[in-house]
Design a binder for this molecule. Structure first.
Ligand code: GDP
Length: 190
């Protein structure tokens, strides 16, 4: 397994754009509570690399993780679609993400985390369209695979393949470790 090292916590778009300028970045996006922090911890084989939230929607900063020895970075974006956030907060988020997609020259791909139990949700479809519209390749990742049956999983894979023709979704469980290697393969290959 590659090593994940928390490099920096960033608070502004300027910091985000200028961080590690000589290396490719892969952004991690997903709705609040989709299991993004758990996945980062599982990928890094560490318990406290990313904070698993008991209150969803709290994260506002962006964590930058260095992937060793591969020489690229994972950008952990704040979760979206959290209903209790105010409109202005949601607008700030959308503004940040859009500028990041447009202006970050190192962005190699965006991994979008999707709950394998749920039908494609409007917020996720929007995120996917947003990335593809900016010519950013999307890596769909189905989280919490331990919570759904094989049948549900393949149903979900089919649904997302229609929406993202160039990215076969990969299913993963941070709880059991299922699919972690496949996720690393996708990230390294991106
Ligand atoms: P985030 O808001 O996207 O960072 O989500 P978290 O990583 O904080 O996880 C949200 C909730 O889902 C927590 O209660 C986790 O324990 C749970 N969770 C995350 N990943 C998995 C998984 O692979 N399987 C199961 N069963 N639960 C998970």
């Amino acid at each position: 397994f590659p090593r994940l090292v928390l490099e920096e916590t960033l608070y502004t778009l300027g910091q985000l754009k200028n961080a590690a300028p000589d290396f490719p970045h892969i952004a991690l996006a997903g709705r609040s509570n989709v299991g993004k922090s758990s996945l980062i911890n599982a990928l890094g084989r560490r318990k406290q690399l990313a904070k698993v939230s008991s209150t969803p929607g709290k994260t506002r900063s962006v964590n930058l993780y260095k992937v060793e020895p591969h020489g690229f970075y994972l950008t952990d974006l704040p979760g979206y679609g959290y209903a209790k956030r105010s409109k202005s907060e949601r607008e700030l988020w959308a503004d940040l993400i859009e500028k990041y997609l447009v202006e970050c020259e190192n962005l190699a791909a965006m991994a979008i985390l999707l709950d394998c139990r749920l039908e494609p949700q409007e917020a996720d479809k929007m995120m996917v369209r947003f990335a593809l519209a900016h010519a950013v390749p999307v890596i769909p990742i189905l989280t919490k695979a331990d919570k759904c049956t094989q049948k549900e999983r393949s149903e979900r894979i089919n649904q997302w393949t229609v929406l993202i023709p160039k990215g076969e979704p990969v299913a993963v469980s941070s709880q059991t470790g299922f699919g972690l290697e496949a996720v690393w393969k996708k990230l390294i290959g991106a």
